[in-house]
Each structure stands twice: as structure tokens, then as C-alpha cells.
Design a protein around this ligand. Structure first.
Ligand SMILES: [Zn+2]
Length: 259
């Protein structure tokens, strides 16, 4: 039996409703990722993370994996390089809201969004609150970067400032998933983030983020990267996907037992 939402007929969908299956909705985007990675990096990671979670949990847990949302919101700063699609925040939020509301109104109770693009986090949090108000159902949002942060900091090779966008973490995951679309001869560290502060984490994985203030405007990027992709390796990427899957699956089981 396929665990893809798209493969079900309506009677099969009804069986999943009767079993109270859990739904997973991966959310990525399409934006430039430096000269060495494809523009679909976030969508590709979202799709692979969804599949990895589905394989870890199914068939013991009844679930359906929805198709990945491949276009979303990026800040205008990303338009400096071609390949970035920007859906306005409110359009994006309404679109995600309607997709989620459709399945919640259909009768599904357990929904997990996979947040695989940093510029979406605030928007998805608001959508989850609005869905809760509209349906009295609480959805979860998990991120493979956050759920592998401890494991990444234990093995990373770049200094703080090396992991933000098209960086050591993301390039490693792509090298693991799709080495054929990564050209490491084009990767450089010229856009290592040099800003360090007690208040702002210059890196997605290290440092303290005690205020909301984007460091992306403090240091112009020459290549479209923010961080140090040259330290990336397929092995680091494999460990990251495994950690994000193990931790994500553990959380989803907890959510399942709780409800
Ligand atoms: Zn990315």
C-alpha cells in the first residue's frame, strides 16, 4: 500500500480517516542556493525528509505523505540572483491554511508540517495558530535543521558563521541526497558570516538568538551563500538526515500517543 496521499482513491482515503491516519505535509521553496546548488534545494530536502519519516513510521503507524509545497516566500534580498520565486507572505499563508484546513475539515486530526526553509518559520507559526482557532485541532511543525542541530554541532567542520543558507549543513544534505546536482568546484567560503553578537546568532546552529534581527543585511553576500559550503560532506549530510528522522519520528510517536 502506498503511503502517498496522492495515490489514494476516495474509498481508500475513507479507510485512512477511519484509522485516524497521521498526515505529513513537507513545505519547501524554490530560491537560489549559491553557484554550487540547485534552486530546489529546500523543496528537495523537504521531499526527502517526508519520505524518510514515512519510511521510519509506516506501516506501524497509519500515515499519509502529502505532496511537497515547492514555492513559498523568500525575502527580496534573494532576488539578486536568478531562480528565486517569491510568493507574498499572505498569499503563502492563505494557501497553506487552505490546504491544511481541507484535510482537517475532511476529518483528519493529526497533521505535521515539515518546515524546510528559514523564511517560513514565523508565517507557519501564525498559520498553525489560525488553524487551531478555526478547527480546534492542533497541528505540529518540525524542522530537520532544528532536529539535527545538536548532532550537527558535534561534527561540523566550519567555525560559527558557517551554517545559515547554502552552507555546510544544507550542502552536506544535498551531497548525500543528490550529489549529481551539486558542483563543489563552484563552492567557496567568501560568504562566511562574520557578524557575532551576544544577541543575534550569526549562524543557524550556533550562537544565541535573543532578539529578532536579520544579519543578512549586515554583510552583503557575493555568491548567494550565507556560510561555508566547502566544509560540507555527504557523510555529514547522511548523519543529519538520520538524526532529523530519528528525532522527528520520536516526536511524532509522542504526538500520536498523546492524542
Ligand atoms: Zn535552503
Amino acid at each position: 500500500m502506498s503511503y502517498y496521499f496522492r495515490d489514494q482513491s476516495w474509498p481508500q482515503m475513507q479507510e485512512h480517516l477511519d484509522k485516524k491516519s497521521l498526515l505529513i505535509l513537507p513545505v519547501g521553496t524554490t530560491e537560489e542556493h549559491g553557484p554550487h546548488m540547485p534552486v530546489d534545494a529546500d523543496a528537495r530536502i523537504a521531499e526527502a525528509y517526508g519520505k524518510s519519516l514515512a519510511e521510519a513510521l509506516s506501516p506501524e503507524m497509519p500515515l499519509l505523505l502529502m505532496d511537497t509545497i515547492r514555492y513559498g516566500y523568500s525575502m527580496k534580498i534573494m532576488r539578486q540572483w536568478p531562480g528565486t520565486i517569491i510568493v507574498r507572505t499572505r498569499v503563502f499563508m492563505d494557501y497553506v491554511f487552505d490546504i491544511c484546513r481541507s484535510v482537517l475539515d475532511m476529518g483528519f486530526d493529526k497533521l505535521v508540517l515539515l518546515d524546510c526553509h528559514g523564511h517560513h518559520s514565523g508565517a507557519l507559526n501564525v498559520v498553525s495558530r489560525e488553524l487551531c482557532d478555526a478547527t480546534d485541532k492542533s497541528i505540529a511543525i518540525i524542522s530537520p535543521a532544528k532536529l539535527s542541530a545538536d548532532e550537527f554541532n558535534a561534527i561540523r567542520k566550519s567555525e560559527p558563521g558557517g551554517a545559515c543558507h547554502a552552507c555546510e549543513w544544507e550542502t552536506s544534505v544535498l551531497l548525500h541526497l543528490s550529489p549529481e546536482v551539486v558542483d563543489m568546484s563552484k563552492a567557496t567560503d567568501v560568504d562566511h558570516i562574520r557578524y557575532h553578537s551576544d544577541f543575534v546568532a550569526g549562524d543557524g546552529f550556533q550562537g544565541r538568538q535573543r532578539v529578532t534581527w536579520s544579519t543578512w543585511f549586515l554583510q552583503p553576500s557575493q555568491t548567494g551563500c550565507y556560510g561555508s559550503p566547502t566544509f560540507a560532506s555527504a557523510e555529514t549530510g547522511r548523519v543529519m538526515l538520520e538524526a532529523a528522522t530519528n528525532n522527528g519520528a520520536q516526536f511524532i510517536k509522542e504526538m500520536w500517543d498523546r492524542e
